[in-house]
Ligand binder design. Structure first.
Ligand code: MG
Length: 381
């Protein structure tokens, strides 16, 4: 029986983790649940899973009597409490954005195994997180589908180091549009992802392919690879979830349906494999699989990852923070879609590579990047 704490349980990943946990009640018990502000959704989860601890970052108007059986905490500190709860073995970090970084460090500091669905923690604080995982002796278990695929492929490597990692990308909802159409794509168009059902932030990132930039950085840290050895291949069918290449040119790939319950349950049950409730992939019916190189002209945001990794320091934290600000402005209808990239690029140019040697330094770089990005926004509004 694994005792699981879920940070961000009302989001897409958190809800799917509870879906698979409910299928395997003999394997998982839920000891903590936290959410940002979705009180009613969290109350329903608390009633169903009866954790010891529950937290809301934004306090609710009132607490229903039938959820008062567990310990409650309100405010941002509830994440730390859930991440370090004595009763938890594993902590699934599926909060959105930079808040994932301190939560991951807290969980590792408490000796927990971290199931990582928050890529921002590694993007912003890759060196800090990998050092903390090493010190805790608890390898990070990726939940991101591409990184889960690579993690699975690497189990077959014996003693051979991988020569190259190849992250697949669906190409998102704008894959076939012209540069001019991409520049002014509407919120509605951008949120209509062809293959994956995900939260709004990551769906916008998928459309700009900045999600793939974040995933290149995530892969660099998770698998200790040189940035130039992490490549991206556009694969619109989302059947091949990523690949690993070895020195002899041999490629190993992981295939499956595009359903996040697979990588989530793989991380939760690792190294065991359990049924997920997702349909199975039938290769005889899934049609042709195609692959193409990403287009630098139409999706320049993807390539920012290599510049930021080369610059080092907190450059990747700056990239992430500026992107969060720009995505918010786009979703609020204040910024054309194409200006997300320009805002991130300009913020990176302005700030260079601030210090990243401590959580405090990274947090300061994140805050500075947000302020700078907000100053840059009016250029493009
Ligand atoms: Mg992914």
């Amino acid at each position: 029986m694994k005792r699981l704490s879920i940070l961000g349980s009302t989001g897409s990943i958190g809800a799917q983790a509870l879906d698979v946990a409910a299928r395997h009640k003999d394997r998982f018990s839920i000891v903590a649940l936290t959410a940002y502000s979705s009180a009613e959704k969290l109350f329903a989860q608390v009633r169903a899973f009866r954790p010891k601890f529950a937290g809301l970052v934004v306090p609710p108007k009132e607490l229903p009597d039938d959820v008062k059986f567990c310990q409650w905490s309100f405010g941002p500190d509830c994440l730390r409490q859930a991440a370090t709860l004595a009763e938890a073995d594993d902590v699934l970090v599926s909060v959105v954005g930079f808040a994932g970084l301190p939560a991951v460090l807290d969980a590792l500091g408490a000796g927990k195994r971290v199931l990582l669905a928050n890529k921002e923690a590694l993007v912003a604080g890759g060196a800090l997180v990998t050092q903390a995982a090493h010190a805790a002796g608890r390898p990070l278990v990726p939940v991101d589908s591409e990184h889960s695929a690579i993690f699975q492929c690497l189990r077959a490597r014996d003693t051979n180091a991988p020569a190259r990692l190849i992250l697949t990308a669906s190409g998102g909802p704008l894959r076939t549009l012209s540069a001019a159409e991409i520049e002014n794509a509407s919120v509605e168009t951008v949120l209509r992802h062809p293959n994956w059902h995900m939260g709004r932030k990551i769906t916008v990132d998928s459309a700009s392919m900045i999600n793939k930039a974040l995933e290149i950085i995530e892969a660099r840290w998770l698998f200790n690879m040189r940035p130039e050895a992490v490549d991206v291949l556009v694969h619109p069918q989302s059947v091949v979830h990523s690949l690993v290449e070895f020195d002899d040119g041999c490629l190993l790939a992981q295939l499956g349906v595009a359903d996040m319950r697979l990588p989530i349950l793989y991380a939760m049950a690792y190294p065991d494999r359990l049924t997920t409730g997702a349909p199975r992939l039938d290769l005889s019916r899934c049609g042709p699989l195609s692959f193409e190189a990403p287009d630098k002209e139409r999706f320049p945001g993807l390539f920012l990852a290599y510049d930021a990794l080369r610059a080092g320091g907190a450059c990747c934290a700056v990239l992430n923070a500026a992107n969060e600000v720009a995505v918010d402005a786009f979703l609020a209808g204040r910024l054309p879609f194409g200006a997300i990239y320009r805002t991130v690029r300009d913020t990176l140019e302005k700030l260079g590579a601030p210090d990243a040697s401590s959580l405090q330094a990274v947090t300061a770089a994140d805050a500075l990047a947000r302020r700078t990005a907000r100053e840059i926004l009016p250029r493009y509004e």
